[in-house]
Design a protein around this ligand. Sequence first.
Ligand SMILES: C[S@@+](CC[C@H](N)C(=O)[O-])C[C@H]1O[C@@H](n2cnc3c(N)ncnc32)[C@H](O)[C@@H]1O
Length: 261
Amino acid sequence: MDFARFKEEVARGFRLDLSSYKENQLKRRLDAYLLRLGLRDYGALWQRITEDRRAYEDFLDYLTINVSEFFRDPEKFRELETIYLPELLKEKQQLKIWSAACANGAEPYSVAIILDELTPGRAHRIEATDIDPYILDKAREGRYPPEAVRHVEPRRLARYFTREGGTYVLSEGVRRRVLFRRHDLLVDPFGQGYDLILCRNVSIYFTREAQDRLNARLAQALAPRGILFIGATEMIFNYQQLGLERLRPCFYRKTAREGVR
Ligand SMILES: C[S@@+](CC[C@H](N)C(=O)[O-])C[C@H]1O[C@@H](n2cnc3c(N)ncnc32)[C@H](O)[C@@H]1O
């Protein structure tokens, strides 16, 4: 079985759209995986992941790069905290937020911490999704190594975390503010009416076509004047076509005009 056929079989068998990931990057990674497992070709890998659920889980876990940390790109989170969330809160009491491709949960929990400080005691809806169910289990646990909390200010570390040896355990109060669920950005339907969507450091793995499709769907999922927060190395070139205005690097807003169509 060659690489193209393997991708087709995976799409059919697991509803996983590998053809939307950048081909070279994906193939390099999968070739390394074959070597690691001592498998001779993609046919052997296909056989393995279809016969053994654990092997499929391991494959998915290897494929998805789950690196994340609290307040990733601190300057951008500062802008979110001091400019965009206060602006949204002037218009609405309760915000509907989606952290798409949330990995270990550090991203949606960072937003939950900010909102806990900006609007103490007020409930918001913070949804967080990822394709990888194993990283979602980790996210729900809320236990982090020191590298993941390196941008958390000391006062926040003291207030929201407890230490168990070398592990930082997030308070239950913050953990229960975030609703985690599995979701594939390439094939699953999107929700609607989000005031803020964070979709950061995932589209870099997708082909140009998949990126365009994703950006259009994210724009549609925003409420009028909703904010889209993307990764520091990402960019939306056709933002005007999607009914977005560019506020500053990483931040776009859905124009009210597009929202009332
Ligand atoms: C590098 S992490 C980014 C985490 C976080 N957004 C951040 O910026 O720190 C990329 C995440 O995208 C997820 N991912 C990859 N393909 C996906 C897809 N098709 N749908 C949803 N999530 C996906 C991976 O499982 C991984 O957790």
